[in-house]
Design a protein around this ligand. Structure first.
Ligand code: B4P
Length: 176
């Protein structure tokens, strides 16, 4: 099964992907982690990626597509966390492979802000969070109707405990 997890920053994508991938032995491809590793390297690509992430901007589509292709080409089951994040990335993904379902974790903005401030990662500063939410609305949210039109979108209420959200996802995927 090929799955995509989508949602605003801080919706709990990473949290749920970790649980579902472990429980059902699915390979996870976590774009944020791959980019944080890339950003640590002291080369030109590393500096470029770091520049965008520190500002809460999306890393350019060409860079993302070149990276992701290496991870998914030839695989027949995986979970993608944090990719695609733009329509251009979704089209790029389609030219590599077809996904089965897209899980959209829906969490209101005030709750997302609260979670990110509590998490306190390097890019979880108030002004960067505001900017990431703006970028999400403008560039990533259009993917919800994009995948709805294709009949692949599954909406999950992301409020409640981590266990409750996991149960909703398992039910929606007929894993339980
Ligand atoms: P990501 O690393 O993907 O980070 P995120 O969207 O902020 O977090 P996520 O939704 O995974 O939240 P989490 O589970 O951690 O992206 C970071 C940056 O990388 C982007 O801003 C961008 O610059 C770049 N990037 C990534 N992908 C890209 C792409 N495709 N194209 C271009 N650029 C890209 O949960 C957040 C917190 O909430 C945690 O502390 C967690 O413990 C808590 N939490 C989770 N579930 C909860 C629940 N049910 N109740 C209460 N708290 C909960």
């Amino acid at each position: 099964m090929k799955l995509v997890f989508l949602g605003p920053p801080g919706a709990g994508k990473g949290t749920q992907v970790e649980i579902i991938s472990r429980k059902y032995s699915l390979d996870k491809i976590v774009m944020g982690d791959i980019l944080r590793q890339t950003a640590n390297a002291n080369d030109e690509l590393g500096r470029k990626v770091r520049y965008y992430m520190e500002r809460g901007e999306l890393v350019p589509d060409e860079i993302i597509l070149a990276i992701v292709e290496r991870y998914i080409r030839g695989k027949d089951s995986f979970i993608l966390d944090g990719f695609p994040r733009t329509i251009k990335q979704a089209e790029g993904l389609e030219s590599i492979t077809d996904v089965d379902k897209v899980i959209y974790i829906d969490v209101p903005e005030d709750e997302v802000k609260r979670r990110l401030l509590n998490r306190g990662r390097l890019d979880d500063k108030p002004e960067v969070i505001e900017h990431r939410l703006k970028v999400f609305k403008e560039q990533t949210y259009p993917l919800v109707s994009y995948y709805e039109r294709k009949g692949k979108l599954v909406r999950i209420d992301g409020l409640g405990s981590v266990e409750e959200v996991t149960r909703r996802i398992e039910k929606a995927l007929n894993f339980k």
